[in-house]
Ligand binder design. Structure first.
Ligand code: DAT
Ligand code: MG
Length: 149
């Protein structure tokens, strides 16, 4: 089953958007497979954003992620990686379409509320970076027959 890694960033938690964001993934029809509130270490934040380590915004990005708790999640379902990116919207919240999470709740790229894996391989890497095997539940939602033929 396809899975993706979603993180509600410190601004999303501080702005009390956790319930609203989880609601959107639930209502779309995806299944929650892992969930934890955590204070992120610098080491984890740096590993997570390793691909951006040469970018000018890397340090402020890491500072931001470790500044206050985040909600780390694993969501599963067919096509969840690409669909989650659509639910999240463009990286710059001012460019993100209304109806997306960033489009509805954000105004600045450095405070864009949420992270979602950008590809299936990235999702696998990020899930294993953030979650242990035991922290992920494999289960089937009883609504499945009402969501899929
Ligand atoms: P995304 O989070 O949409 O996958 P990304 O991987 O390009 O975007 O960048 C990771 C995060 O880094 C992004 O959510 C916010 C921050 N970021 C990206 N580009 C930035 C920029 N030009 N200035 C400041 N922060 C930026
Ligand atoms: Mg990215």
């Amino acid at each position: 089953m396809e899975r993706t890694f979603i993180m509600i960033k410190p601004d999303g938690v501080q702005r009390n958007l956790v319930g609203e964001i989880i609601k959107r993934f639930e209502q779309k029809g995806f299944t929650l497979a892992g969930l934890k509130l955590m204070q992120v270490s610098r080491e984890l934040a740096e590993k997570h954003y390793d691909v951006h380590k040469e970018r000018p915004f890397f340090n402020s990005l890491v500072e931001f992620i470790v500044s206050s708790p985040v909600v780390a999640m694993v969501w599963q379902g067919e096509g969840v990686v690409a669909s989650a990116r659509k639910l999240i919207g463009a990286t710059d919240p001012l460019a993100a379409e209304p109806g997306t999470i960033r489009g509805d709740f954000g105004i600045e790229i450095g405070r864009n509320i949420i992270h979602g894996s950008d590809a299936i391989e990235t999702a696998q890497r990020e899930i294993s970076l953030w979650f242990s095997e035991e922290e992920i539940c494999s289960w089937e939602n009883s609504m499945k027959p009402w969501l899929k033929e």
